[in-house]
Design a protein around this ligand. Structure first.
Ligand code: UDP
Length: 321
């Protein structure tokens, strides 16, 4: 097989049977601190691969599209070939790791709701923190793609948290990557395993790479325990989470908007003399019973075109949440 790319702990090969697929192979390498700490630990690759396959298949069943297409013998799986966004998306339920290094230890143990952060995937720059606006200005992803990526990340967090809770495990944080197919479909890429998430047992014991990072014990034992627990879960008992989307419809510039003019006059009459212009539009708040994928957004945009707006006189925008 032709090697396309060798990462820190995985190898990417061209699938000899399909131009549209790759074979991803996990190695036994464990790295921490941007590769400063590195060790080969026999069996780690297979455990990470099995954990990843179990979790990606589960997420796929819950409606989150992923790149995994087939499990293979050994620490390998077949995946859709993607143009992977140069982004690492971190979702945190509790402040730890680089969050505390950056901002110090906060006074609270857990975030009131999950925090999503973006990092530029560039080893030579040390994977720096990046704002959503910088991502779109640099052309790494479009604003709509960022909306989908953030929404899917929060869905992943919900489904993983609920699954782990069945076996009394707590999801602290995790890192995701996404990519797009040639047709623009956004898929969850890379891996989810003890290498890319923090999971704590009831006593605060780590079942993840912190065992290696902080020399807290045997990583094979920790990863085996995580996988064993995951195999005891019942994915059918995790309820579907409804998701919210909105479609904003506004009259286009230059199109008369009588309700806006009436409102403007009324505002002036009531003493708000600063008002220059008012445009009155509509908001459709929509709840769906599946994750917000690129297909859903495309379908909703079609609904906006056909039903929710008059495309000649009105502009529309899908907003997330
Ligand atoms: N993470 C990862 N790859 C990275 C950076 C982080 O998989 O290159 C994971 C890490 O295992 C943790 C989460 O993302 O579960 C948040 O990591 P953090 O930003 O706190 O950085 P770290 O503590 O790993 O330096």
């Amino acid at each position: 097989m032709d090697l396309i790319h060798e990462g820190k702990v995985k190898r990417l090969y061209q699938d000899p049977d399909s131009d549209e697929h790759v074979i991803i192979e996990f190695t036994d390498l464990v790295t921490a601190g941007d590769g400063e700490k590195k060790e080969e630990i026999k069996g780690k690759g297979q455990l990470a691969c099995d954990t990843n396959s179990l979790l990606l298949k589960y997420l796929q069943d819950k409606g989150i599209p992923t790149h995994l297409t087939k499990e293979l013998d050994g620490p390998r799986f077949r995946a859709r070939k993607l143009d992977v966004f140069k982004l690492e998306i971190v979702c945190r339920n509790r402040p730890t790791g680089s969050f505390c290094k950056r901002y110090g230890e906060p006074q609270f143990d857990a975030f009131s709701h999950p925090l999503v952060e973006f990092f530029l995937k560039d080893d030579s720059l040390g994977d720096p923190f990046i704002s959503k606006e910088a991502v779109t200005r640099l052309g790494i992803a479009k604003p709509e793609e960022m909306g989908i990526i953030k929404s899917l990340t929060l869905s992943v967090n919900y489904y993983l948290t609920e699954l782990l809770a069945q076996v009394d495990l707590v999801l602290i944080d995790f890192k995701l990557e996404f990519g797009r197919t040639e047709k623009g479909q956004i898929l969850l890429a890379d891996e989810i395993s003890g290498d890319t998430m923090r999971v704590w047992g009831q006593e605060g014991d780590s079942l993840d790479k912190d065992v290696f990072r902080q020399d807290k014990g045997n990583i094979i034992e920790a990863y085996s325990k995580l996988l064993r627990f995951l195999k005891e879960t019942n994915p059918d008992q995790v309820n579907t989470r409804p998701e919210q989307l909105s479609v904003f419809v506004l009259p286009k510039e230059g199109i008369k908007n009588p309700p806006g003019e009436v409102t403007k006059k009324a505002m002036k009459r009531l003493g708000f003399g600063q008002v220059n212009d008012v445009r009155v539009g509509k908001i459709f708040q929509i709840e769906i019973d599946c994750p917000v994928t690129s297909e859903i957004v495309k379908e909703l945009d079609m609904m906006g075109l056909k039903l929710l707006s008059n495309p000649i006189a009105e502009k529309r925008e899908v907003r997330f949440g």
